[in-house]
Write a protein that binds this ligand. Sequence first.
Ligand code: ZN
Length: 361
Amino acid sequence: MNKQLFHNSLLLLFCLLLLFATVSCRNNPAPVNLENESSFQREASPEDNNPANKNAGSEKNTGRGQENEGSSTAGDVPPELQDPAPNELGQVMVAPNELGQIMVLMYHEIGYPEGEWRRTPENFRRDLQILYEQGYRAVTLTDMVRGEITIPAGTSPVVFTFDDGNRGNFNYLEADGEPVLDPNCAVAIMEDFHEENPDFGLAATFFIYYPNPFRQTEYIEKKLNYLVQQGFEIGNHTYGHANLQKIGAADIQRELAQHVKTTAEYLPGYEVNSLALPYGAYPKEPALAVRGSDGDTDYRHEAVLLVGANPSPSPFHNSFDPYRIPRIRASEMNTEGVGLYDWLEYFAENPHKRYISDGDE
Ligand SMILES: [Zn+2]
């Protein structure tokens, strides 16, 4: 490419970035403990002790790096714009970075009206569209924690999780006495989006509790089987949405094992392998969140999810702790600067912080 043209493109890109930073005028994502203090310990950036990121050291994960960018003069080219080389189309390519961070999104209800814990179908579709356009691809939680992320080079994984098994996650309408998937429930929205954009992937974990996940008793078995057939995952959210910090060891194990047992009654052979802690509350005896037993039922979780505010470290990064995976609230209300859109903006401006696949399995 013509050198002058490249220089001009770079300048234009920077001006746009500056304009965006000025117009948006938002606080950058900063780690904030939104729920349970004891459950959310990670405040430092996963890159803090990563020598590969020394040049970004001043940003840490306080998210304050963009303020420097915003205040820099037009003569300074931010480091993010110096490194990447343009490809033949003039697009700025970002190098693969499988030590970069991954957003694990926490949704609750899909429905009306929009709320702190409820996303409208329209807004959920918009989330999918924007994630897709910005190069994110859906992977299962299991693949993420196992480091089996097989997405194309240059794309970034994103993990979808839904807590509580509300009806808007998976709802059947009835037509002529037959159940028909509600096009405005989360499952239908994700399937429709996947049909239009097959390369986005179709993956999510539903952290349900009992006795009535998805709130239609007559369809529990049908729904759970359907989800697993479609490649979705069922996660533990305790049997009865218990606060595990407030109950003893025997009750903790009963809550977790009874979920596993009940799920297996609906889904013979299915092994629940992840836990989202209700209220983000870790048991006083943390090991009980990972494994334990009640009667003849054992449980063993490969992943334990917190509520919280940060992206997760990469499973390949030495700070990754599968038993304390932070999640990002997929909400636009009261997100305190650390919601999905705050982090999307952060990663757009700090692409070197984001997990970017090298395309190898
Ligand atoms: Zn919950």
